[in-house]
Write a protein that binds this ligand. Sequence first.
Ligand code: SF4
Ligand code: SF4
Length: 173
Amino acid sequence: MFSTLIEFRSYGQQAVEAAKYIGQGSAVTLDHLNRSPVTVQYPYEKILPSERFRGRIHFEFDKCIACEVCVRVCPVNLPVVDWILIKDIKKKRLRSYSIDFGVCIFCGNCVEYCPTNCLSMTEEYELSSYDRHELNQDQTALGRLPLSISQEVSIQVLSISLNFLSESQKVWG
Ligand code: SF4
Ligand code: SF4
């Protein structure tokens, strides 16, 4: 009789514990129901990149003085600067310039150190290609004006980077 009572008491304690855990789980579920979704339906929706986003590099041929500072500060010696020396005026003349975005790590060093500001980072991040050779862009491709996501009429632009961050912080603590 005494042992049965102890068993009942133990069952009761376990039932209370189980109910407590179910209650805690349900509270977490209900808390998540109040949150807006953080999933972006790419490519129909896109998040507006932040102001200092490091995307495709834009290059202005006319401003370049072929000093090769960008090559020296690049961790992978990436930009290819082809120039000739004009002996009469003792000046370099740029012939071609290219960056291979298949190798670039978008660190922004070249942009930071270029003395004539002919390099800049755009907000373009959709650079994928079926042919990796297409990622090697010459001065013509690099000189293309950047496309802004906000100009794409068929796409819903989400200016939710800050909300997204705060929601993520809620999720990950
Ligand atoms: S640092 Fe600037 S100016 Fe010098 S070669 Fe590179 S892109 Fe041209
Ligand atoms: S962004 Fe960095 S890795 Fe890419 S070319 Fe410039 S310095 Fe090199």
